[in-house]
Each structure stands twice: as C-alpha cells, then as structure tokens.
Design a protein around this ligand. Sequence first.
Ligand code: ADP
Ligand code: MG
Length: 481
Amino acid sequence: MNINEINKNWDFTIGLEIHVQLDCNSKIFSNCQYEYENSPNSLTCPTSLGLPGALPNVNQSAIESAIMFGKAVNGKISKNFTFARKHYFYPDLPKGYQISQFDQPIISGGSVPIWWNEKEFNIDLTRAHLEEDSGKSFHNNDSKKSNVDYNRSGAALIEIVTEPVIVHPEQAKIFMQRIKQIVNYINISKAEMEKGKLRCDANISLSKKGSGKFGVKTEIKNINSFRNVQRAIESEIIRQNKILNDGKEVQQATLTWNNDKNVAEIMRIKENADDYRYFPDPDLPPVSLEKSFIEDIKSSVPILPFEYEKKWMNKYNLSLNECMILSSSKDIAKYFEEVVGLDVSPKKASTWVSTELFRLFNEINTVFDSSKVEAKDLKILIDEIKKNKITQNSGKEILRALFETGKNISEILQSGDFDSSDMNITEIIENVLSDCQNEVLRYKNGEDKLIGFFIGQVNKETKGKVSHEVIIAELSKKLKD
Ligand code: ADP
Ligand code: MG
C-alpha cells in the first residue's frame, strides 16, 4: 500500500532530531582542530580522547553559532545555560559520556516555516542545544576487526529537536532541506550531508485518523540524505501500518536505515526509556552571557530565505516556485535583490537569473557566483532588449559572453556583433518581399501562417540581430501596401 493510501486511515506523527556539525575551527571543548578528511587519529588531543585529567573549555564560536540559529528560528535564547553529561557506552565515545545539554539548553522553542503542497506549515521546535560529536567506528566484516577514528570526537554539533508536528514523510524531507538552507544562510555550517555534517533521527507514530491521540513511536537513527529521510519514514509507516492493521501493537523500538535493502530495520526493542544518567558536568561551570553579546550576534543574522520568499510573493508578485528557486542560496537571493534594486522588473529579473544565468552555471557544474555577471550588466542587457536595441536571442549570447569572457557589457555591445543600428530594416524587408512575390500573393489571399516564413527570411538577412517585434511591425506595414 502506498503512503497516501495509508494516510486515508491513519494520521502520521513525525518528530525529527537533526544534528548539524558547526564549521568551527576547533572542537567544542578544546582547541584541537577538526577537519573532515584527515588520516585517522591525526586530529586528537587529551580532551577529545577523554584522557584522565583533561579539562574541557567551551568554544565561544559554537555558542555564537547557536545564538545565530536561535535568532533565525525565533527561539528563546538563554543568557544562562549549562552542560550535562549523557552517559552511554560505545567505543567511539572514549569518556563513556557525551557532553551535551539537558534541562537548560541554549535555545528553546522557535519554529521553521516550510512549504508543502503550496501551503505554509510552521514546524515548531522544542529546543536546539550544543553538544560534542563522537568518534567514528569502522567495522571490517572480512577481518572481523573494528577500528576507531577519534578525529571527529569533540567536533561541535547543534542538535535541533522538533515537536511532533510533522505530518508526512515528504514534509520531513522538506524540513531537513530547510534546516540546511538556514544554517547555510547564517553561515554556521555548510552542512554537507556527504560529509556527515547533517544527520537526522526520525521518530514516527501512527494514530487512527482524526483521533488526536499519539500512537507508540519508534525511532530511526542516523539517516544521512534527504532522499533517505523520506524513504526511511515511509518504510517505517508501511511497517507500522501492517502491525496495526493486523490488530497488534507497535512496540517502542530503535531502527536503522538499510541503504542496500531500502528498509528501516529494527536494532533493538525498547522495554523502557533510555537511562542516560544525565547530570551537570562538574568540569564546565554554568555559562552566563552578557545581554549585549547576544544582541551583537543577533544583529549579524542576515535576511532569511522564508523572509525573502514572502516579500517576493507579496511585493513582487512572483510565484512560490520562482521564489523558492531564487531563495535557494543567500548569494542568489542577494544578487536577485540587487538586480531588482536597479529598477528591473522582478519578473524579468527572475527569468533571467533563474533560467538563463542558472543554465550557464549548470553547464560548467559550479555553484552560483554573483561576480560572474555583474548585476548592473544584467540590468543593461535587460534594458537593451526592452528598448528593442538587441533581440532576446542576442541577449542570451551577450549573457554567455559576459559569463565566459569576463568582459564588461559595453565592450561586448561595442564589438558590433549584436548591434543592428547600422542595418536598414525597411530596405531589408522590401528586398525580402520582392524576392518572394509568390508567397506575398498567397499571404494576401489568406495564408496567414506565411508570416513566419517572412520573419525567417528577414532573420537570415539580419543574422538574428533585429527583434521579432520590430520585424513584425515593419512587415505588417509592408504587407498591407
Ligand atoms: P525520547 O524520550 O524518546 O527522546 P522525546 O519526547 O524527547 O522522546 O522526543 C524525541 C522526538 O520524538 C522529538 O522530536 C519529538 O517531537 C518526537 N516525538 C515525541 N512523541 C512522538 C510520537 N508519539 N510520535 C512521533 N514522534 C514523537
Ligand atoms: Mg531521542
């Protein structure tokens, strides 16, 4: 049965716990460096290895990142917060506990707007807290040996926990994409999923349609791609639906996503809640921040994608789809705003940026870079087309020339390659028509579609430099004679 079929009888309740690795230069509780690709165990220190006597120190830049996130999602930013030890045993956790936050997280509440089926949903957050990452274990099935790499141990994470308010697997995927977009905008993490810098645990339960009661939830751990978030939740919904339809009860469980088999598999059934024996970390005193420090950081948060989207829809009358394309990255959004700020119609700017300019970046497979074609050059180009000085097609070629040669637009326009001002369009049309007297006769006898043929002939003579509008206007005059 497919998900939307199941959704007719069952309500889905989904809550996500998303880990974002912060792009701090050093780890969260030591000045040890962290980078993704380095030989195993080359980026460690006594603190990140959990050696006896090593003492943690809080990295200020991790705190700043969390404050920025708190502001971006309109959460409550605490001036006073603490760190706590969360105990569990695993070889990649050398101290036997993870330093995290428990009852006093740095950020509480807040919400994140997303679009799903053209409608806006505000996904409420429970909290966002700082914690350290674990190391990484590698299991070799052939040799039956496991290795541990502690490079990642102690890297700075922010964990974002949603309320159980997500109602569809696709919403979960969209929410996760939104989180990546937000942390990119505020520049606290590039959040590359392929580097494990954005990971997600998904909690899922089903309840009888409209009952309003929560069912028993299960949790899928460590999902590492947008596509898999949706697929893993779908697979778990299908599993729970089957159990419930058989009249049985879902058992609390922890699952993992099996990428090869495309299903979420049970790791362990939970008899009772996990007991992490949280207590305040005695090595880390409670943190108390100055109000002005928080205000300074809050003021550095840029305009956010959902703010742009609303502005563009309301003020510029663009479609949601256009807005989402243009807001996809901060660089694109700022560039688009710059072009519109030069008195270009938003609709035109949107088309030129998201269709023509994006095509050029796609061709060379690179991300958007606003310096490739300066906003003021794009404005001139759009204006020249509007004034019928150059054709739409010449415009596209000029854009390519700007993009590929790095020349400025006046150089390109002066080259004469796209300029039609030295052409006598009336004369060209008269010549074309006198060469095609047969067709002219047929046209006058009612074969309207021959207008296309005449335009084609004129275009050949003008090498496409004269706009269709001008040609048509001139042709209709002549064909009336
Ligand atoms: P746990 O004690 O298992 O950590 P929490 O109450 O802290 O559970 O919630 C963890 C995540 O599970 C949150 O994202 C929350 O929104 C989500 N969640 C809580 N209850 C449910 C439920 N009945 N169904 C789906 N998700 C839920
Ligand atoms: Mg949990």
